[in-house]
Design a protein around this ligand. Structure first.
Ligand code: ADP
Ligand code: MG
Length: 233
């Protein structure tokens, strides 16, 4: 599903250049639940932004579901993001003046899906994340965990091939984090390919494979015995 080879990325800061990703090789197969774990500054978000076609590497190759991702103009990049990817962020990135239902439905509007279908789909994904009764509520009436559930419903509603989550539990307390990871595990059990970026070891242990990133290099890539989040709630 995801295949990257010898990826490099530097940021220009004035006259200097900061080499952040130093030759990353890895791939993710359909149905995997993988975490990229590393301390702050190790390059996790930089890598995830490239995988999410929000940024581009300086060199190396990236194939997403067999499609080469290179030199895309913004229109095609947006098209691929809609077609292939669902995003979940630490800060939820919900629109505050729109209801939960409208937040989930909005990306479908940009994909040209009819109003009836948008609302049906949005409602069914809110049900899936356990928020059917909260459909008409705005984000500021929801808890952090509920906001992240709305964001997960929004990510799923576009039927992405891959879910990309950047520190999705970073703003949540421990119990709520595990409830969110339980939902992530359920979605993966149903077959969705999911990539979780985290600096937290206990969150990474809830995936099936941990890719350890340190100073822009993969230092370990291991299959792990998945810890079921529900056992910790
Ligand atoms: P992580 O997500 O693992 O904490 P990041 O990928 O966000 O790490 O950052 C890796 C390094 O790149 C850090 O030193 C950070 O300061 C730097 N960095 C990230 N984004 C930018 C940017 N847009 N411009 C310059 N430096 C950046
Ligand atoms: Mg980060």
């Amino acid at each position: 599903m995801i295949d990257i080879k010898d990826l490099h990325k530097s940021y220009k800061i004035g006259k200097n250049s900061l080499h952040v990703l130093k030759g990353i090789n890895f791939n993710v197969k359909e149905g995997e639940l993988v975490s990229i774990m590393g301390s702050s500054g190790s390059g996790k978000s930089t890598l995830l932004n490239i995988l999410g076609i929000l940024d581009e590497a300086d060199s190396g190759s990236y194939h997403l579901d067999g499609v080469p991702i290179k030199n895309l103009n913004e229109r095609i990049a947006a098209n691929y993001r809609n077609k292939f990817l669902g995003f979940i962020f630490q800060s939820f990135n919900l629109i505050n003046y729109k209801s939960a239902l409208d937040n989930v439905a909005l990306p479908l509007y940009y994909q040209g899906i009819s109003r009836g279908e948008r609302n049906d789909r949005a409602m069914s994904y809110l049900e899936k994340v356990g928020l059917a009764e909260w459909a008409e509520h705005k984000p500021n009436e929801l808890s952090g965990g509920q906001k992240q559930r709305v964001a997960i419903a929004r990510a799923l509603a576009s039927h992405p091939k891959v879910l990309l989550a950047d520190e999705l539990t970073g703003a949540l307390d421990t119990k709520t984090s595990y409830e969110i990871m339980d939902l992530i595990q359920q979605i993966n059990d149903e077959g969705k390919t999911i990539l979780v970026v985290t600096h937290e070891e206990d969150i990474a242990q809830m995936t099936k494979r941990i890719v350890h990133l340190k100073d822009g290099v993969i230092i370990k890539d291991e299959k792990v015995e998945q810890v079921r989040a529900l056992e910790h709630v």
